[in-house]
Design a protein around this ligand. Sequence first.
Ligand SMILES: [Zn+2]
Length: 211
Amino acid sequence: LRINETNNRSSQIFDMNHLKECIESDHVCQGGRLELIIDTKMNFGLFHKNALKCSICDHATNLTNFPTRSNGIQEPNHCIYSAGAISGIGYDATHFLLSLLGLSTPHRANFYKQVHNLYDQLFYFAHQDFLCLIDDVRRANQCELNVVMDLTVSLDGTWKKRGHQSLYGMVFLIEAESGALGQFVARQFVADNLSRTIRRMDSSSHSQFVA
Ligand SMILES: [Zn+2]
């Protein structure tokens, strides 16, 4: 395997099983070698498009650093967005760490858009779950849909940070009779420039996560 010269420093993370499969299944003429051509197209965040070329007949095949997903977000970028959503680490810290390794981060706007997408999905899931639980409680109490039901509930919660500096928190609501009802509230206030990001986004994509 020969690697072509590149002027710019470029690091890529590779899915090694995918790389192995691509090299093993790639065409190479008898007595020829495979040449790795780096970044045949502009990378998107952590996802890179390269090529493998036969040194004898010049036949080239695409080699991406992760298996290509035909629609949706490519795997390494999805991992970064998920890590951002789970940890609450903002764009600047993520970008700094990745750039130390020569890795490029997806653009800030994409980062926040996708992190908020994940929160919206989580909110949707929690909301549906909440509605199911309400139905369960209504059925258990034989309460009609149009009747307002009296309930005794216990509410408790926790915040990652106290006071007005809260990044996000969680609230548990428990119905006293059955103990069945649980729900959480997750508000996320990303420290770096969330308001600036929100201004750029449409109003539907930054719902607050309050049920
Ligand atoms: Zn060939």
